[in-house]
Ligand binder design. Structure first.
Ligand code: CA
Ligand code: CA
Length: 310
């Protein structure tokens, strides 16, 4: 299997970058990722790490997918996320819901182990609380349409969406703006609640195995207009980012209505009613330069009308 090592990292997703690797549509590729602190050696006693000048939120890549042309859709099926042996959390005095409480950065490391009773990987938060890992990808995106976008910012191209449903077993549909799509990813979290309220998830490094498939826009006109789109075990999710949660929520709902209409044939009125009955707006994160909301809708309902995602 093709593997892209963590030597190939960037802090900006953009067209024109030299590909770290080339593959064909349908290939399976592994991305070795650094943590969001650029694998700096952050510990409780050294919350700033030991190295200066690291990248902020580095993403591994880019992967050039042969045959992907502007206007196409790149389907990224996440097969497996394997984590490093520990994760880090660190406070911020400038950002996040509680930043006013912190004068300085405080860091904690959590070491992963296998729970003897359940067999699940997780960690002890303290002497009494065990938490299972639920690994997710914070940053995953293609090269954007115009100028580069730094990897701390989410957008139509994907990027730092910090959606905790981007996990093994899900499929993410991303737009292709440049030849080859130029897929990159990083910023793994061992787990994170919706909102990412402190400023970070349980930040870690690891290896992500994905299968990439190029879908042609002509065969998928509905999906092509509702990207980024995520398919989990039983939900479809439109993911939108904007300067405010309000705006992101409206965008995500509108995108989902377009998807529901396109895949069910329902009109404006009935798709709106059905969405009000079945869709959920969920805050992904409130801590990045743009904030992210997803709109979830049950896939089974769309299938009842004959709608199928490729
Ligand atoms: Ca992130
Ligand atoms: Ca992160």
């Amino acid at each position: 299997m093709l593997t892209i090592s963590k030597e190939h990292v960037t802090d900006t997703l953009q067209g024109g970058q030299v590909p770290a690797a080339f593959c064909r549509s349908g290939d399976t590729v592994a991305f070795e990722t650094r943590d969001c602190y650029d694998d700096n050696d952050i510990t409780e006693v050294n919350p700033y790490g030991t190295r200066k000048g690291g990248l902020e939120n580095p993403a591994t890549g880019p992967l050039y997918v042969n045959g992907a042309e502007p206007g196409d859709i790149l389907k990224v099926e996440i097969r497996k996320i394997r984590l490093r042996e520990y994760g880090i959390m660190r406070t911020s005095a400038t950002n996040g819901a509680f930043h006013h409480l912190y004068q300085d950065k405080t860091a904690r490391r959590f070491y992963f182990e296998t729970n003897g009773e359940t067999g699940k990987e997780g960690f002890w938060f303290d002497d009494s609380l065990w938490l299972d890992c639920d690994p997710m990808i914070g940053v995953i995106g293609t090269a954007p349409e115009k100028e580069g976008i730094v990897t701390i910012t989410p957008g139509v191209h994907g990027g730092n969406m910090d959606c905790n449903k981007i996990t093994a077993g899900s499929a993410l549909y991303l737009p292709v703006f440049v030849p080859g799509a130029l897929l990159s990813m990083g910023d793994l979290h061992a787990r994170m609640g919706d909102g990412e309220v402190l400023i970070c998830g349980l930040e870690t490094a690891g290896t992500v195995t994905v299968q990439v498939t190029v879908l042609k826009a002509a065969n998928n006109p509905v999906i092509q207009k509702t990207l980024p789109l995520l398919k989990s075990k039983d939900k479809l999710m439109t993911i939108q980012s904007a300067e405010t949660i309000d705006e992101a929520a409206r965008l995500a709902a509108k995108q989902m209505q377009q998807l529901v209409k396109g895949m069910t044939g329902l009109d404006d009125v009935n798709s709106g009613m059905l969405m009000s009955l079945l869709s959920d707006l969920v805050i992904c994160q409130i801590v990045n330069p743009l904030q992210t909301v997803r709109c979830e809708f049950p896939e089974a309902t769309i299938q009842m009308y004959g709608g199928r995602l490729p």
